[in-house]
Design a protein around this ligand. Structure first.
Ligand code: FAD
Ligand code: NAD
Length: 466
């Protein structure tokens, strides 16, 4: 029987990054993945394919709506969904092959098969035609998550679909219903809205992206309405049925009146749930909690000391970069180091256009905690760079401690906000004040000037360009 220092179940960004770090630290490492390709949700049916389609659809949208004003005239413009999906598949394939290359380079042994606990130190791996058991001193559970749904909205994967099917459509829906105004609903809704679908979002809460700072939800609603999105807020979905040629959704609005909506497809995007099915946790002395998650302590260690869990399968944000940080953390912990993760500084991004990005506390969280804070903000439209590129929507909002000026939260809707937010993350990691950011020279003309201006506004209401 093969014996390893560490065996990792699941090859998503949590699992494969943990494998690389374990190998770098000199540990004999095994990685077990039930699918033929490595990379998990993120690379196969998540981050990478969704961004590939977001980019393709954004090019189409710009060509259709913005090129003429730039002085570029195109005739016969058409969106070829089959080519977009084929390009996406190629991007996914190259990225997944890249992970296989990294495993080989780092001497990580990859097992393709279903992993389940035989004991607290051994894993049974069932492949297509074979089965074997391996032993490991330490085991990391990195089995990720699956799409969630509630009674009445069970996906049939034909017309009532999850993100996975939405990433491989064979046609551009004329009408698309989306249940859930969160990250997946708005990103994949954007893809099809840009390609011409009439997109209607049915959301349970009173705001889209409800867990982010409320200013962002308000601004994003305005932006997406201009793109043609329709929103049905505070609606409770009762049922969705596949009518053969389309879908029929019934919901109750906030006055408890029945609302019926029809479309070609319905995307169910109401969150994801931890995936532990078939892991036989009980053979290792573990059980999943009532949300299906593996319970861990502050060191990502389960109640069985040699077994750890990371990523979507444990508490916290379901984000690839959070899973990666946890993978590195556990590898270094097993190697005897003293790693650290600052969970307050895990940025969140929504890849609409403009993009939405945030880090640290929201205004609502600061209010609830009784923290005295001040707000600085700056509109993107006041930037020369924004006018040059015709990307004038959005804002940057900085929340700073009223007494010490320390930056506590940064929230933005801006072109390339996904990249801009890193300035805030670095500043906050080093506990910068708003004035520190305001006094740093920012290149002109850039979108980053909005961060400096918002910091100036927070420091002493002395933004320069408004
Ligand atoms: P996963 O990536 O889910 O990987 C788990 C792996 O374990 C899977 O490959 C699975 O097959 C395998 N597995 C499970 N059980 C077993 C078993 N018993 N035996 C063997 N293998 C097993 N996050 C971002 O940060 N940015 C984004 O832009 C982003 N976009 C997203 C878009 C979509 C449409 C979706 C669905 C998600 C997106 N996410 C994004 C979230 C991100 O994909 C997840 O947070 C991330 O993949 C979690 O990583 P993980 O390693 O914990 O699990
Ligand atoms: P989410 O939690 O972002 O959004 C779910 C939305 O559905 C929320 O607005 C919620 O209020 C709403 N909702 C819940 N129950 C409902 C109901 N019964 N009827 C109507 N609305 C309901 O979840 P998601 O969009 O499915 O994404 C899942 C996970 O994947 C998220 O945790 C996210 O972090 C991750 N993800 C991240 C990115 C990114 O980082 N850019 C992209 C896609 C997915």
């Amino acid at each position: 029987m093969s014996t390893y220092d560490v065996a990792i179940i699941g090859s998503g960004p949590g699992g494969y990054v943990a494998a690389i770090r374990c190998a770098q630290l000199g540990m004999k490492t095994a990685l077990i993945e039930k699918y033929d390709t490595l990379g998990g949700t993120c690379l196969n049916v998540g981050c990478i394919p969704s961004k590939a389609l977001l980019d393709s659809s954004e090019h189409f949208h710009n060509a259709k709506h913005n090129f003429t004003e730039h002085g570029i005239n195109i005739t016969g413009l058409e969106a070829d969904i089959n080519q977009m999906i084929a390009r996406k598949a190629e991007v996914v394939s190259q990225t997944c092959n890249g992970i296989k290359f990294l495993m080989d380079k780092n001497n990580v042994t990859v097992y393709n098969g279903w992993g389940s606990f035989a004991s607290k130190n051994s894993i049974l791996i069932k492949g297509k035609d074979s089965e074997e058991t391996i032993e490991a001193k330490n085991i990391i559970i990195a089995t990720g998550s699956k799409p969630n749904f509630f009674p009445g909205m069970e996906p049939d994967k034909d017309r009532i679909i999850t993100s996975t099917e939405a990433l491989k459509m064979k046609e551009i829906p004329k009408r698309l219903l989306v249940i859930g105004g969160g990250v997946i609903g708005l990103e994949l809704g954007s893809v099809y809205a840009r390609l011409g679908s009439e997109v209607e979002v049915v959301e349970f809460a009173d705001s889209i992206i409800p867990t982010m700072d409320k200013t962002l939800g308000k601004e994003l609603t305005r932006v997406l309405k201009k793109e043609g999105f329709k929103f049905h807020m505070e609606h409770k979905v009762q049922s969705v049925v596949n009518t053969g040629k389309g879908v029929k959704l019934t919901a109750l609005n906030k006055k408890d009146q029945e609302v019926v909506l029809e479309a070609d497809y319905c995307l169910v995007a109401v969150g994801r749930k931890a995936y532990t099915a078939g892991l036989n946790l009980e053979n290792a002395g573990l059980t999943a909690n009532n949300r299906g998650q593996v319970e861990v302590n502050d060191h990502l260690q389960t109640s069985i000391p040699n077994i750890y869990a990371i990523g979507d399968v444990v508490r916290g944000a379901m984000l690839a970069h959070k899973a990666e940080e946890e993978g590195v953390y556990v590898a270094e912990l097993i190697a005897g180091q003293k790693p650290h993760i600052n969970y307050n500084l895990i940025p969140g991004v929504v890849y609409t256009w403009p993009e939405v990005a945030a880090v640290g506390k929201t205004e609502e969280e600061l209010k609830a905690a009784g923290v005295e804070y001040k707000v600085g903000s700056f509109p993107i439209k006041a930037l020369g760079r924004a006018r040059a590129s015709m990307d004038t929507q959005g804002l940057v909002k900085i929340l700073a401690d009223k007494n010490t000026d320390e930056v506590l939260g940064v929230h933005m809707i801006a072109p390339r906000a996904a990249d801009l937010i890193m300035e805030a993350v670095v500043a906050m990691e080093y506990r910068a004040s708003a004035e520190d950011i305001a006094r740093i020279c920012h290149p002109h003309p850039t979108y980053s000037e909005a961060i400096k201006e918002a910091a100036l506004d927070a420091t002493a209401a002395r933004a320069l360009h408004v």
